[in-house]
Design a protein around this ligand. Structure first.
Ligand SMILES: Cc1cc2nc3c(=O)[nH]c(=O)nc-3n(C[C@H](O)[C@H](O)[C@H](O)COP(=O)(O)OP(=O)(O)OC[C@H]3O[C@@H](n4cnc5c(N)ncnc54)[C@H](O)[C@@H]3O)c2cc1C
Ligand SMILES: *[C@@H]1O[C@H](CO)[C@@H](O)[C@H](O)[C@H]1NC(C)=O
Ligand SMILES: CC(=O)N[C@H]1CO[C@H](CO)[C@@H](O)[C@@H]1O
Length: 587
C-alpha cells in the first residue's frame, strides 16, 4: 500500500453543520483546508431542522441567506393545545411569532441536509478547501516539541480513504485540527476528554411525515400537552412534510430503546391527537432518542486542536438549538484561526474560543433541561398554558440566539460608551440591525448587512453632525488616526461611517481618505459613508457627538468609545493583533 503524505493548515473532521461552517470561514479567508467526512456524499435526511434568527444573520454575513429563504418554511406562529383531566382536547392559545426586535429574520425550518448542501456549494467556490467523503482519521499524534513554532505542523494524522472499491491511507500534517465529528466524536476520545452529565429516562420519537389529518392547526407549529399521557409537538416543513416530536413515556416510566418502533411512534401520535385523526401517507425518516445532557470537560488541546458542535455538547433536540449553537461554535472559532494563520492575529486569542463558548454550551444545556422539566410538569399536572407562555417569553432571547454575551477581557473591552440601559449596542453582544442610507446613492441598508464575514474587523464610526465644522474635524482626525493604526498592524478594517447631517449639508470630498478611498480596480469606494435614519443614535445608546464601535469579524461588539479615544482603541487592539515591525507601508 503506497502512502501519500501531505501538509495542510487546517484539517476539519466531520462535515455536519459545525464542520461545514468552519470550512466556510476558511474558504472566505483563503486558508488551505481539508475537510474529511466518513459518510459517502448524499443528501442527509432527518436530523436538525430549526434555524434561528441569529443563524440567519450568520448565513447572511456569508452571503447564503437567499438560497435558504427560497426553500425554508418560516415559523409564523405557534398553537398550544391542552387535554384536560376530563380528556377534552382544546386549543388554549395561538400566538404570532414576532420577528425579534431589531432583526431582519424570524426563525424558520429547513432540513439539515439541505443547509449542508448549500453551505458545501459555497465552500467549493473557493479552491483552498478540499472536501473528502468516505474518509476517516485513524490516528492522531501531537508533536509536542514543535508546538511553540507557529509555522510547524504539530498534528499528525493518518487518514483512511475507503470508497468500497479500495482502501488507501494518507499521512497528513496539520497546523490546526477542528473536531466537528458529532456526539460520538473520535477526536474528543483521542484528546482524552470525557463527557460529563446525566441521562434521563425521557424517551422521544422523531419523525418526518407526510400526513392527512383533520387537526385544525396541522400546518402550523403546535404543542399538545395531554394530561397524564405526555406531550407532542410538530413543525411545518418544506415539501409538505411535518416534523413530529412525540414523547413516548412519562418521566417516571422506563421504556427500553429496543421496544421502540415506527408503529409505536405513530400510534402514540394518533392517541395524543384524538379525537382528531391522522393517517400517514409517507414516512421520510424516523428516529428515537433518550434525553441526555452532556458537556465535554475540554474543548481544546494546546489551542491546536479544537472541538466544536455536538462533539462538545449533547442535549435533546427539543428546543431545536443543537444546529444553531454548533454552527455558532465554528462561527466563533473560524475567524480567529484564519487570522492567526494569516499572521494577522496573535495566537493567544485562540484561548478565547473556550472561554467564550463554554458558558454558551452550559446555558444551552440548562435551557434544554428546564424545557424538559416543564414539559413533564405540564403533562403531570395539566397546568395552565400561562406557564408555557411565560416560559416562551423568558426564553425568547436565548432561543433566538441573541442572549450570547461574550466576556473574555482579551476580546471584550471592560468599559464602553455611556451605556444606557436597554441600549441596542452593547459590549460583548452581536451588533444589532440599524437602518442607514448610503450617502452617495441613498440606498437603504441595515448596518449589519454591511458586516460581511470576510475575516476583517469592522469599525463603525457614528460621526455626529458633519455639517458642523468642529464635528467634521473630529471625524477626520479620527479617520487619520485609524489609517495610522491600519498601517501599523498591516491589516485593513471594514470602515463604516454613519453621520447625522443631511445628505446635502456635507460632502464626501471633505472627509478623510479612509472614509472615501480610491481603489485601483474598483475606483472610488462609495460604500463607507451613510446617513443616520433619524432615530438610530438614541436607540443605539449613542450620544449626539457620536461614538466609535469596533465590531469583531463575527459581528460581536469588542470595543466602543468616543472619537477621541484612539489611545484606548490602540490599547484594545495591541494584544489581539500580531505586532509587527514598523514597516513603511504605502497604499
Ligand atoms: C432527531 C434529531 C433532531 C434534531 N433537531 C434539531 C433541530 O430541530 N434544531 C437543531 O438546531 N438541532 C437539532 N438536532 C441537533 C443537530 O442535529 C445537531 O446538534 C447538529 O447536527 C450538530 O452538528 P455537528 O456538526 O456538531 O454534528 P453532526 O451533525 O453530528 O456532524 C458530525 C459529522 O461528522 C461525521 N463523523 C463522525 N465521526 C467521524 C469520523 N471519525 N471521521 C470522519 N467523519 C466523522 C459524521 O458522519 C457527521 O457527518 C437534532 C438532532 C437529532 C438527532
Ligand atoms: C502575542 O501576545 C503575547 C501575550 O500578550 C505576547 O507576549 C507576544 O509577544 C505577542 N506576539 C506577537 C507576535 O505579537
Ligand atoms: C448565538 C446563537 O445563535 N446561539 C443560540 C443558540 O441557542 C442557545 C441556547 O439557548 C443560545 O444561548 C444561543 O444564544
Amino acid at each position: 500500500m503506497t502512502r501519500k503524505e501531505s501538509a495542510v493548515d487546517v484539517l476539519i473532521i466531520g462535515a455536519g453543520p459545525a464542520g461545514l461552517v468552519a470550512a466556510l470561514w476558511m474558504s472566505k479567508c483563503g486558508i488551505n483546508t481539508r475537510l474529511v467526512e466518513q459518510r459517502p456524499y448524499h443528501l442527509r435526511v432527518g436530523g436538525a431542522d430549526g434555524i434561528h434568527p441569529r443563524s440567519m444573520e450568520m448565513f447572511e454575513s456569508f452571503g447564503i441567506d437567499e438560497e435558504i429563504t427560497q426553500v425554508w418554511e418560516p415559523i409564523t406562529g405557534w398553537a398550544l393545545w391542552c387535554r384536560n383531566a376530563e380528556g377534552a382536547l382544546a386549543r388554549s392559545a395561538r400566538m404570532e411569532n414576532p420577528t425579534p426586535v431589531r432583526c431582519r429574520w424570524g426563525p424558520g425550518l429547513l432540513q439539515q441536509g439541505i443547509i449542508e448542501r448549500i453551505v458545501k456549494q459555497h465552500i467549493l467556490e473557493q479552491s483552498c478547501v478540499q472536501i473528502d467523503y468516505e474518509t476517516t482519521p485513524i490516528s492522531l499524534v501531537i508533536k509536542e516539541d514543535s508546538l511553540g513554532d507557529p509555522d510547524s505542523h504539530p498534528c499528525v494524522l493518518t487518514l483512511r480513504h475507503d470508497d468500497g472499491a479500495g482502501v488507501s491511507d494518507e499521512l497528513v500534517r496539520a497546523k490546526y485540527v477542528i473536531g466537528a465529528d458529532g456526539a460520538r466524536s473520535w477526536t474528543r476520545k483521542q484528546l482524552g476528554f470525557e463527557m460529563q452529565g446525566t441521562r434521563t429516562r425521557s424517551v422521544w420519537g422523531v419523525t418526518d411525515l407526510v400526513v392527512v389529518s383533520d387537526f385544525p392547526d396541522i400546518r402550523l407549529c403546535s404543542t399538545i400537552n395531554s394530561y397524564g399521557e405526555g406531550g407532542l409537538f410538530f413543525l411545518r416543513r418544506e415539501r409538505g412534510l411535518i416534523r413530529f416530536y412525540v414523547q413516548l413515556n412519562r418521566a417516571d416510566e422506563e421504556l427500553p430503546a429496543t421496544s421502540i418502533t415506527q408503529e409505536l411512534i405513530i400510534e402514540t401520535l394518533q392517541k395524543l391527537l384524538r379525537p382528531y385523526t391522522l393517517s400517514v401517507k409517507r414516512c421520510e425518516w424516523w428516529s428515537t432518542y433518550t434525553v441526555a445532557h452532556y458537556l465535554s470537560d475540554g474543548m481544546t488541546k494546546y489551542d491546536r486542536i479544537f472541538l466544536v458542535g455536538d462533539a462538545v455538547h449533547n442535549h435533546s433536540p427539543l428546543v431545536g438549538l443543537g444546529m444553531n449553537i454548533s454552527m455558532q461554535d465554528s462561527y466563533n472559532l473560524g475567524w480567529k484561526l484564519a487570522g492567526v494563520l494569516k499572521t494577522e492575529l496573535n495566537s493567544t486569542i485562540l484561548s478565547t474560543y473556550e472561554s467564550e463558548r463554554r458558558p454558551v454550551a452550559e446555558e444551552l444545556i440548562e435551557t434544554d433541561r428546564f424545557h424538559l422539566q416543564l414539559f413533564d410538569a405540564v403533562t403531570a399536572t395539566g397546568s395552565e398554558p400561562a406557564w408555557m407562555l411565560e416560559r416562551e417569553e423568558a426564553m425568547q432571547p436565548s432561543m433566538q440566539g441573541f442572549a450570547v454575551n461574550y466576556l473574555d477581557p482579551l476580546l471584550t473591552a471592560a468599559v464602553g460608551i455611556n451605556r444606557r440601559p436597554g441600549a441596542l449596542i452593547e459590549l460583548g453582544k452581536r451588533f444589532p440591525q440599524l437602518n442607514v442610507a448610503n450617502h452617495a446613492t441613498g440606498k437603504v441598508y441595515s448596518i449589519q448587512t454591511l458586516l460581511k464575514s470576510e475575516g476583517k474587523f469592522h469599525v463603525v464610526v457614528f460621526a455626529g453632525d458633519l455639517s458642523i465644522p468642529h464635528e467634521l474635524n473630529r471625524f477626520n482626525t479620527f479617520g487619520t488616526a485609524l489609517k495610522q493604526i491600519e498601517n501599523q498592524i498591516m491589516v485593513k478594517f471594514n470602515v463604516i461611517a454613519v453621520h447625522r447631517a443631511s445628505k446635502t449639508a456635507t460632502e464626501l470630498a471633505s472627509m478623510a481618505e479612509i472614509f472615501f478611498p480610491v481603489d485601483e480596480t474598483t475606483g472610488r469606494d462609495y460604500d463607507r459613508v451613510y446617513c443616520d435614519m433619524e432615530t438610530n443614535y438614541e436607540e443605539a445608546g449613542i450620544g449626539e457627538y457620536g461614538a466609535v464601535v469596533l465590531v469583531r469579524p463575527d459581528q460581536y461588539v469588542g470595543w466602543s468609545g468616543e472619537l477621541e479615544d484612539v489611545q484606548d482603541l490602540t490599547r484594545y487592539l495591541q494584544p489581539i493583533f500580531e505586532t509587527k515591525k514598523q514597516v513603511p507601508y504605502n497604499n
